[in-house]
Design a protein around this ligand. Structure first.
Ligand code: FAD
Length: 409
């Protein structure tokens, strides 16, 4: 989980001429005065499923044609991946059927991956070279893995993103060896911590889980869970030690084919998982959209681009310009209904009004893989089996609401 820096100063703004045209469009609205056009959702992420739910309830806004451009039929809920590793969920339990939601919403699912966007011409180009024209577009594609950039290339390296590829590769790791598999997780944020716990407690649904995998967490120079309260960090450190997961406060890197952290060798390692936060997709930086310093799509409190008012974004691909906000699933989920309302306003030719106001603290429930979990809420921490039960209840309720919508229930 990486923090989006406060980027007001570093905002990269589009050309002045384009700004002028955008100001006109802001006054008249994205589709005002035109026949109903195309509202394009790029990426089936955690915010866009809420937009699809809104379309199912109220129709595609402005009588427009709704299109969802996303490569896979399913969105995998990353919060359940550590629980899958630990044998608490089946592999297919945390999936949202994007194609079914799009169909129910009266929208078209277009399988594909955005590779370029021209916000002036209002065209997205897919990795296969197809041009998709739009009147209003919203982006919720998540970030991209940056493990190879930070650690260096190596065949043992697994990026956390895309999360589906991680799950497939971990599921396919076979037990062709006698001793236990040795994992190194690089990254001491909540994703890395939970993956370390999950791998250490790998359940019987994974062939390599017996004997128990050995796990080292290379947390980086910032140590465990930077940005979390001391009470949470202490509980997590104790749980890692109790479970025999070694923690190193240094960044992992490949040096001449060997895995190192500071001066220390982390060899032998069979598999290295890069949970090192996500990078902005290259196509954002090439687009001329305003971005923050790290290249994520700049958005205001309405999830709207300050440089192009017919462009919206939410989730990890977006960065708020009015305040610092960590990239996390919680914010993608809560921004979803706000995004839906503002897309509806834009389609009606109105300025966006709904505002995403994050709560002062977010609740994080960290699965320790052993039947327990640690709760973090601002300065507060709690731990126990009841915390895991609460996490399962919240996660399953989120999945169940979209399963019901996809079934038409
Ligand atoms: C192991 C793990 C556990 C986590 N647990 C939690 C947790 O408990 N709570 C929490 O708040 N956060 C958690 N996170 C962080 C959370 O996963 C992300 O912040 C969240 O997934 C971001 O959601 P998103 O909607 O931005 O993108 P994603 O969930 O990544 O969805 C992006 C979607 O866009 C599609 N897509 C990708 N690229 C393109 C493209 N070029 N064109 C079109 N479509 C594209 C993808 O296929 C996918 O459907 C966890 C992360 C990890 C790694």
């Amino acid at each position: 989980m990486s923090s989006a820096p406060d980027s007001r100063e570093s905002l990269r703004v589009a050309e002045p001429q384009a700004m002028k045209r955008e100001m006109m469009q802001e006054k008249t609205g994205g589709m005002a005065g035109r026949a109903p056009g195309v509202v394009l959702l790029v990426g089936g992420g955690h915010a866009h499923v809420a937009v699809l739910a809104d379309w199912i309830a109220h129709g595609v806004p402005g009588g427009a044609r709704g299109v969802l451009l996303t490569p896979d039929r399913y969105l995998r809920y990353s919060g359940m991946v550590p629980g899958w590793l630990a044998g608490q969920h089946g592999q297919d339990e945390g999936l949202v059927d994007l194609a079914a939601l799009a169909t129910r919403a009266g929208a078209q699912w277009m399988p594909g991956r955005c590779a370029a966007i021209d916000p002036e011409a209002r065209v997205v180009t897919t990795a296969n070279g197809h041009a998709v024209a739009f009147d209003i577009a919203s982006f919720d594609t998540g970030g991209e893995g940056r493990g190879a950039v930070l650690l260096g290339a190596d065949p043992r390296l697994l990026e956390v993103r895309p999360i589906d590829a991680l799950v497939d590769r971990l599921a396919n790791l076979c037990a062709s060896r006698r001793g236990p598999l040795r994992f190194v997780v690089a990254g001491g944020g909540s994703g890395g911590v939970e993956l370390a716990f999950g791998l250490r407690n790998a359940g019987r649904n994974l062939a390599w889980a017996d004997p128990r995998p050995e796990v080292t967490l290379a947390a980086g120079e910032g140590g465990l869970l930077p940005g979390f309260a001391p009470a949470v960090r202490q509980r997590v450190a104790r749980a890692l030690a109790r479970q025999g997961i070694a923690v190193i406060a240094a960044s992992a890197r490949f040096e001449d084919g060997a895995l190192m952290a500071g001066p220390q060798s982390l060899e032998p390692a069979d598999c290295v998982i890069a949970a090192t936060g996500s990078a902005a997709p290259g196509w954002v930086q090439a687009s001329g959209l305003a971005t923050d310093a790290a290249g994520f799509i700049a958005v205001d409190a309405h999830q709207c681009s300050p440089s192009h008012r017919h462009i919206f974004a939410a989730g990890d691909v977006a960065a708020r310009i009015d305040r610092a906000l960590a990239h996390s699933g919680v914010h993608a989920v809560f921004a979803g209904p706000v995004l839906a309302a503002n897309l509806r306003a834009a389609a009606a030719g109105k300025a966006p009004r709904a505002v995403y106001r994050p709560r002062r603290h977010s609740l994080y429930l960290l699965n320790t893989g052993d039947g327990s979990a640690i709760a973090s809420y601002g300065p507060l921490a709690a731990e126990g089996r009841w915390v895991l039960a609460l996490k399962h209840a919240i996660d399953k309720r989120w999945i169940a609401q979209y399963a019901a919508l996809a079934r038409g229930a």
